[in-house]
Design a protein around this ligand. Structure first.
Ligand code: ADP
Length: 243
């Protein structure tokens, strides 16, 4: 099923067309990498989907109900199930891993939910910590975690919100080889149950993700397919690989 459909979207900043008639669809499960040279429009694409930037024209529809995302405020878009991970981790360093995750859990609704919430909350926190690889770190102060662990904690904080789509900006930047491997496995695992879109510069990391790739150039899609397929496209070689 199609989860997100961006069609004919354009964004102009001071007369410069940063996104130019962009159309891109995301299925409800699976991993996708969005690559492209600097200035290709990758960040602006994420800004549009999360409601930070409003396009001048085009449509962005979401879910089975084809909700018009362009009518929703940023906070409502997040509640609708779109989580965004920025490049730098923004965890609360003075709080423990458990506290960071607890803060991110959705508030229980209704009196019975509140009654059972505490027990359920600990289970959820453990489940998420386990999923992202921080099961043994729950009582640690987040500021003591490695760079990679902070990134996984932030992914865990997003998971606590039950997103149907995760947008992740250069998740492996600055990581050790072992952390990169863990991140690859994590993203691939998460994409079994939801859509994960990774915006990435690092071709080696994209290769490891082994997923469908969308190449952006000058604000629109230049090529789409497997990494081998897109990197053998002469247009992609020209603009992206600079040959
Ligand atoms: P990428 O993330 O692929 O490097 P961006 O989406 O950040 O590309 O930027 C696309 C183009 O839009 C770039 O040429 C950039 O300079 C321009 N741009 C992005 N945001 C703004 C802004 N707020 N004002 C003016 N120009 C912008």
């Amino acid at each position: 099923m199609r989860l997100l459909e961006v069609s004919g979207v354009s964004v102009t900043f001071d007369g410069f067309r940063a996104i130019d008639n962009l159309s891109l669809a995301v299925e409800d499960r699976g991993l996708r990498a969005v690559i492209g040279p600097n200035g290709a429009g990758k960040t602006t694409f994420m800004d549009i989907v999360t409601g930070k930037t409003r396009p001048d024209e085009g449509r962005v529809v979401w879910g089975e109900e084809n909700a018009n995302l362009l009518k929703l405020r940023e906070s409502r878009i997040a509640q609708a199930g779109i989580g965004r991970k920025f490049q730098r981790p923004t965890v609360f360093e003075d709080q423990t891993v458990r506290e960071n995750l607890a803060m991110s859990l959705k508030a229980p609704r209704g009196p019975f939910a509140v009654l059972f919430a505490r027990r359920a909350e600990e289970g959820r926190i453990r489940g998420i910590a386990d999923e992202v690889g921080l099961a043994g770190q729950l009582s640690r102060r987040s500021g003591e975690l490695s760079h990679g662990q902070k990134q996984w904690l932030e992914i865990g904080m997003l998971l606590a919100q039950d997103p149907r789509l995760l947008l992740v900006d250069e998740p492996a930047a600055g990581m050790t080889p072992a952390e990169r491997e863990h991140t690859t496995d994590l993203l691939r695992r998460l994409a079994r149950d939801r859509a994960v879109v990774v915006v990435e510069h690092d071709m080696d990391f994209v290769r490891r993700l082994d997923c469908r790739v969308t190449v952006l150039h000058e604000g629109s899609v230049l090529a789409e397919g497997s990494l081998d397929f897109v990197t053998s496209n002469p247009d992609v070689i020209d603009v992206y690989l600079g040959r």
